[in-house]
Design a protein around this ligand. Structure first.
Ligand SMILES: Cc1ncc(COP(=O)(O)O)c(C=O)c1O
Length: 438
C-alpha cells in the first residue's frame, strides 16, 4: 500500500508542476515593467519544496534545517553553519557569541572598542553598540567602497578588541590582510558577508578569514529564503556559543524534538542550580530565539543548487553594464566600481558615484530613473554617524570620512541581479545617458 505521506508529497509535486508558470519569476519588459534594483529568482522547484515541507507539518526547524546547516558550509569551505531568521540576526548572534563567558579573558566586554566603516548597513554595527562596545568609524575607498587594511590598522588602539565590517555590495575588503593584523593583536574579526556570498580573496571564499561569517537570505540577496540568514565558523567553541545564543541561551544543544544529545541530561551541575537539573533548562548565556523554520530551509536548499549560476549571472551583468556605461562615455561622469585587487567580487548591485556631484544632482537623477521604471538604491545608511539613531551616542572617527560623505551625497546603485538580461541593462544604460543630459 502507498505510504499516505508519500502520496501527499506526490500530489503536491504534481500541483507544483501544473502551476509551474504561475510560481516562476516572470521576465520583465524594460520600459513597461519596473526594474527593481534587486529581486528573487524562484521557480517551480522552490514552490514544490515549500509544499513538500508543509506535508511534514513539522512547522519549526527540523530535517530540512538540519540538512541546510550541513550543506551550506561546504559551499564556503567552512566547517559549521547555523540557520537564523535574518542577516541582522546572524550579526547579532555572531557578535553575542564573542561576549560568551566561555571565552574567558578573550570575551568582549562593554567599553571595548570596535572598528567598522561608517559607510554601510546599520545592523552590521548595531549589535556591538547595543552590547556597550564603542565604535571607531573609518572611511572607505571611493572605487571599492571598502576600508583599506591600512585604515583599519591605523584606527587600532590598545582598547580595540574587534573589527566588524561588511564586504561592500559584494566587493571584498582585504579580509586576509585584516585577519593577519587582528591575529597579531588578539583582535576578533567578523566578516559580514550578507551582500557578498560567493566573493573570493586570492581564490578563498570571503568569510574564511574572520572568526565568523554572516549571511542574509532576504530576497534582495544572492539566494533567498524569504527571511533568513546564517552564521558560519570553523571553530567548534564559537559554534557552540552561537548555537546557545540563537536558542534562548541554553547550555543544551539538542535539536528541536530531540532529548539527551549529551547522554547526561539529568547529571549536570552548573551554576548554583541543584545537581541533575534538566540540561534542557540550563542557561549559560542571555540568549534569544532567532531560529528559522523548515519552510525557509526547504526553499534555501533549492536556491543553494542554483547559487553558482546566480553568482555567475551577477558577475556577467556587472561586467556587461560597466561596458555599456563606458561605451556611452558615462565613465567620465561617474566613478565606476572597481574590484579590490586580488579579489573576485560577487556583486550585489552596481554603484555609481558622481565625479562632480551634489545631493541635488543625485536626487534629480534617481527621480528620473524611478520615473522611467529603473529602480535605485543608496549605499544603505550612507554615513552612519549622521543617522538619527546615532544622535547622542558615543563614537569616535579615525581619520576623516571624506569618501563616506561623498558616497552619502553623490552615489546610488542600480540592479544587476540574475533576473536582469542584456536588454534590461541596455535600457538602464540608455536611461542613465538620458539622465546625464538633464
Ligand atoms: C551588509 C548587510 N548586513 C546585514 C544586512 C541585514 O540582513 P537582513 O535584511 O536579512 O536582516 C543587510 C541587508 O541587506 C546588509 O546589506
Amino acid at each position: 500500500m502507498t505510504d499516505p505521506k508519500q502520496a501527499l508529497r506526490d500530489a503536491l509535486s504534481a500541483i507544483g508542476q501544473q502551476f509551474a508558470a504561475e510560481v516562476t519569476s516572470q521576465p520583465l519588459e524594460p520600459g513597461r515593467d519596473y526594474l527593481p534594483p534587486s529581486g528573487k529568482v524562484v521557480g517551480v522547484e522552490e514552490f514544490t519544496a515549500l509544499l513538500q515541507a508543509s506535508a511534514d507539518m513539522w512547522l519549526t526547524a527540523g530535517h530540512y534545517a538540519d540538512t541546510f546547516e550541513k550543506e551550506f558550509p561546504k559551499f564556503w569551505g567552512l566547517k559549521r553553519s547555523l540557520l537564523v531568521n535574518s542577516g541582522s540576526s546572524a550579526n547579532l548572534v555572531a557578535l553575542s557569541a564573542l561576549t560568551s563567558p566561555k571565552l574567558g579573558s578573550r570575551a568582549l566586554k562593554p567599553g571595548d572598542e570596535f572598528i567598522t566603516p561608517a559607510c554601510g548597513f546599520p545592523t552590521t554595527v548595531a549589535p556591538a553598540i547595543q552590547f556597550g562596545l564603542k565604535p571607531i568609524f573609518i572611511d572607505v575607498d571611493a572605487e571599492t567602497h571598502n576600508p583599506s587594511a591600512e585604515a583599519i590598522e591605523a584606527a587600532i588602539t590598545p582598547r580595540t578588541r574587534l573589527v566588524m565590517a561588511a564586504h561592500a555590495l559584494g566587493n571584498p575588503f582585504r579580509a586576509d590582510e585584516v585577519a593577519r593584523i587582528c591575529a597579531e593583536r588578539d583582535i576578533w574579526l567578523i566578516e559580514d558577508c550578507c551582500d557578498a556570498l560567493g566573493a573570493t580573496i586570492n581564490g578563498t571564499h570571503v568569510g574564511n578569514f574572520g572568526s565568523f561569517a554572516t549571511c542574509s537570505f532576504y530576497p534582495a540577496h544572492h539566494m533567498t529564503m524569504g527571511e533568513g540568514g546564517a552564521v558560519l565558523t570553523n571553530t567548534d567553541q564559537l559554534h557552540r556559543a552561537a548555537l546557545s545564543i540563537r536558542d534562548w541561551g541554553r547550555d543544551c544543544w539538542c535539536a528541536p524534538g530531540v532529548s539527551n544529545s549529551c547522554n547526561k541530561r539529568f547529571c549536570w551541575k552548573l551554576g548554583e542550580l541543584p545537581e541533575g537539573y534538566d540540561h534542557k533548562y540550563i542557561y549559560s548565556h542571555l540568549g534569544y530565539n532567532l531560529k528559522a523554520t523548515d519552510f525557509q530551509a526547504a526553499l534555501g536548499l533549492e536556491q543553494l543548487k542554483k547559487l553558482p549560476s546566480f553568482i555567475e549571472k551577477r558577475r556577467a551583468n556587472h561586467r556587461n553594464l560597466a561596458a555599456k556605461l563606458t561605451e556611452r562615455n558615462l565613465d567620465a561622469e561617474f566613478i565606476l566600481p572597481k574590484e579590490t585587487p586580488q579579489t573576485e567580487a560577487s556583486w550585489f548591485g552596481f554603484f555609481l558615484l558622481y565625479r562632480d556631484g551634489s545631493n541635488q544632482r543625485r536626487h534629480r537623477t534617481i527621480e528620473f530613473l524611478e520615473s522611467r521604471k529603473v529602480g535605485t538604491r543608496l549605499l544603505f545608511g550612507g554615513n552612519l554617524t549622521k543617522q538619527p539613531a546615532f544622535k547622542g551616542r558615543e563614537f569616535s572617527v579615525s581619520g576623516s570620512l571624506t569618501h563616506t560623505d561623498t558616497i552619502m551625497n553623490n552615489g546610488f546603485w542600480v540592479g544587476i541581479w540574475p533576473g536582469l538580461e542584456d536588454r534590461h541593462l541596455t535600457y538602464i544604460a540608455d536611461t542613465l545617458l538620458e539622465a546625464s543630459r538633464l
